[in-house]
Design a protein around this ligand. Structure first.
Ligand SMILES: Cc1ncc(COP(=O)(O)O)c(C=O)c1O
Length: 473
């Protein structure tokens, strides 16, 4: 909401607020049944006294535009006064609630909203800080890129042939032997998950995962009618999967390198065992490998590098390393799978941005990308050490954590189950945004995913201080 009352208007502030709320209802932005923001939120947004907002809301209630529901808040009313209005607009709330895709968790909606505010300290954001993005170099590289007219038309269904060829060479260094026909360029790794969900699985299929999981914070599989089952990756894994799978279609989603949110890494042996179990049971694996270039020490092999039977759908992206705004990722898979996903992609967005693909092709083929990664790892390591020192000095008595091996995150575990929605909201009130553990595992009230990648050093210090003070009180 950007609107604020005009203090020089001939209308009173209250009248302006009444008109503004009415116009939101008339335009259908706040359809019948919508819960409107609290008086406190509105007063803050409008920069006016809460009592003025209260008077405006009372007037709208008296006129039948709004109604209170005991203990739940104020809603756009569906009464006789609104008949005209109702006739003029469809019941969007009903449309929204009965549609296929699940909404984000309320906490994630708030995170998305508050991330846009400049004054907020973002302690959880899974994104590179603006100062870590190579903005100037990308700008310069635009001058070095020559475009032919084909390069700026619609991209081919599987994505730019040039980029796919370049990726083959790049992936070879990761031990993955592949051909351009086995690569699909996608608009970020998230789109890859969405395409797999709607293009490869029937309703009622099972998606296995480890708990906690990034997958719980997004809903591509859940929204397509799949069941998500969390399992332990222990010595009984094969029996567990066999028992739960029965005859149903299934696949296993995993992030074996720099896992989101825990930052954990599987050993080489764990990767091999896991691959063998899934191969024996013919359970395809989705290997989400978007963080691997950010390992501080030597690399761990991709599970895809053991894959001799087309068992692994491998996902990469430049979002965590170069620029999430480019929206470029890739899937490596058997060619029928690539063709199927490409077919759906063409029905969805006619291919990923041709400009972005040119930029990524240039960065990888010129060596700019690998030189940038070397610097980026150094900077992330400094940030990780900085946060770990603060934790060591101030959080030792109340929490535990593991030293970061790379990437963005520290999975901070509090001894007490204190990480609930109230803590999240209290922190928001103090302008600090966290990613609480319960968005990655609903019952988890012990963890916060701290990201050292986004906030500045000063903000990290200040944000952690505020967090500590709040917890201690
Ligand atoms: C594990 C994992 N996979 C996929 C994504 C989505 O990445 P992209 O921006 O490439 O869609 C994220 C982003 O947070 C992630 O953490």
């Amino acid at each position: 909401m950007k609107w604020r009352p005009n203090r020089h208007s001939h209308l009173t502030i209250q009248e302006q607020i009444v008109d503004w709320i009415k116009s939101r209802i008339e335009r259908g932005d706040w359809s019948v049944g919508t819960k409107i923001p609290t008086q406190r939120q509105l007063a803050m947004e409008f920069n006016v006294n809460r009592s003025t907002v209260q008077l405006a809301i009372d007037e709208l209630k008296a006129d039948g535009f709004l109604e209170s529901k005991m203990g739940s808040g104020v809603f756009v009313a569906n009464n006789s006064w609104n008949v005209l209005l109702d006739k003029a607009q469809p019941n969007w709330q009903q449309h929204i609630e009965s549609s296929i895709h699940k909404p984000n968790y309320h906490t994630i909606q708030l995170i998305n909203e508050y991330e846009q505010k400049n004054h907020i300290i973002r302690l959880g954001t899974g994104e590179l800080s603006p100062e870590l993005l190579p903005t100037k170099q990308i700008e310069q590289s635009l001058k070095a890129i020559s475009l032919d007219s084909k390069a700026i038309g619609y991209s081919s269904p599987q994505g730019s042939e040039k980029l796919r060829g370049i990726l083959c060479n790049y992936l070879e260094k990761r031990g993955i032997q592949t051909d351009p026909e086995n690569i699909l360029i996608v608009s970020g790794a998230l789109q890859a998950l969405q395409l797999i969900a709607i293009g490869l699985l029937e309703e009622g299929s099972i998606v296995f995962q480890e708990q906690p999981s990034y997958l719980n914070s997004i809903h591509p599989f859940q929204s397509s009618g799949m069941r998500i089952i969390s399992v332990l990756r222990d010595v009984h894994l094969a029996d567990t999967l066999r028992r739960l799978k029965r005859k149903r279609q299934s696949l296993f989603y995993c992030v074996p390198t720099l896992h989101n949110p825990t930052g954990n890494n599987w050993s080489v042996e764990e990767r091999e065992n896991f691959y063998n179990v899934c191969k024996e049971l013919q359970i395809p694996i989705i290997e989400d490998d978007v963080y691997h270039e950010l390992l501080f020490e030597s690399s761990l092999p991709a599970i895809k590098s053991f894959d001799t039977s087309g068992q692994v759908l491998y996902i990469g992206s430049v979002s965590k390393t170069l620029s999430p705004g480019l929206r470029i990722g890739w899937v490596v898979a058997p060619s029928p799978v690539v063709r199927r996903l490409a077919d759906i992609k063409m029905q969805t967005d006619y291919g990923s941005s041709a400009f972005s693909q040119e930029i990524v092709a240039h960065w990888i083929s010129s060596g700019l990308y690998e030189r940038h990664l070397i610097k980026l790892r150094e900077q992330l390591r400094k940030r990780a050490t900085f946060v770990e020192e603060i934790l060591e000095q101030q959080f030792k008595k109340i929490a535990t954590w593991k030293k970061s091996d790379g990437g963005f995150y520290i999975w901070l575990r509090f001894h007490e189950p204190i990480v609930n929605k109230t803590l999240f909201l209290n922190l928001v009130n103090q302008n600090v945004l966290i990613n609480p553990g319960y968005i990655y595992e609903t019952r988890d009230l012990h963890h916060i995913r701290i990201s050292y990648a986004y906030a500045s050093f000063e903000e990290l210090k200040e944000g952690l201080n505020i967090l500590l003070e709040l917890i201690q009180h």
